[in-house]
Design a protein around this ligand. Structure first.
Ligand code: SF4
Ligand SMILES: [Zn+2]
Ligand SMILES: [Zn+2]
Length: 252
């Protein structure tokens, strides 16, 4: 049990230098509004300007200071809810704490998926391309940074890209998932481009099978690569042949 003394947060047992930056130093009583709604709103406004609010909230979680006063913009009941969502070893992880706060204060937002975000923001452009409404730069979603192209890749491929996701079509604002590629796909693309002797040599003299063949399909599966439509179709056709004839070979 940790009682407020009517002063700034009681953190005697912990490093205190962050308290020098506490906004509530100027108005300690404001952080203890009791159940007064306008007082709570005021405390939350002060918090919004407080540069150490995360440290302060983490300190409150760590010390179990969840019975009195506003800390890190949260009422005691909200801090208890945040604490319940976390393992004690996550109290020092600002991203985990941010996610838990988000889930407690805005449950609807927290349940939003990347797919929802995609559906809100992506729109059709002429010529089969897709644009992105609003700022096309990096955006933060549930504590993680994404670019629209990264979201496109992730939702379509179903796994994290390797390195940077770049556009492969000529339309500058395009985020179409089939018009973007990560480092691995770009590398793969280079390998299958004909007329690059040094790369053929690097493959041990063997040229990689082109997309749209069952060998290419199998290579994608082996290397856990993105499987394009042409290769999917080649594999489906081979499976169908096998079902019919007992052989996957196109001839014979
Ligand atoms: S978050 Fe609130 S209680 Fe904590 S230091 Fe900042 S103003 Fe004070
Ligand atoms: Zn495009
Ligand atoms: Zn392929």
């Amino acid at each position: 049990m940790n009682h407020y003394s009517g002063s700034i947060p009681n953190t005697l047992n912990h490093g205190r230098e962050w308290l020098q930056h506490a906004v509530c130093k100027a108005d300690p009583d404001a952080m203890h509004p009791g159940n007064d709604e306008s007082g709570i709103a005021y405390a939350k406004r002060i918090w919004a300007a407080c540069p150490v609010r995360m440290v302060c909230l983490q300190d409150a979680l760590r010390t179990g200071d969840n019975d009195h006063g506003i800390r890190g913009a949260l009422k005691p009941s909200e801090r208890r809810a945040v604490a319940q969502r976390l393992n004690p070893d996550q109290y020092t992880n600002a991203d985990a704490v941010t996610d838990a706060v988000q889930a407690v204060l805005h449950p609807a937002t927290a349940e939003r998926t990347l797919r929802d975000l995609w559906e809100e923001r992506a729109y059709e452009l002429p010529g089969g391309h897709l644009g992105w409404r609003g700022d096309a730069g990096a955006l933060s979603f549930q504590g993680r940074a994404y670019t629209p192209k990264r979201i496109a890749f992730l939702l379509h491929r179903g796994y994290d890209p390797v390195g940077i996701v770049r556009r492969t079509c000529p339309v500058v604002e395009c985020v179409h998932p089939l018009h973007v590629a990560d480092n691995r796909e770009r590398w793969q693309q280079q390998q299958t481009e004909p007329g690059k002797p040094e790369q053929v040599a690097a493959q041990g003299g063997r040229k990689l099978a082109e997309c749209g063949t069952t060998s290419a399909y199998q290579r994608h599966v082996r290397n856990k690569e993105f499987i394009d439509d042409a290769c999917r179709a080649a594999n489906a056709a081979a499976q169908a042949r096998y079902a019919r004839t007992g052989s996957t070979k196109a001839v014979g």
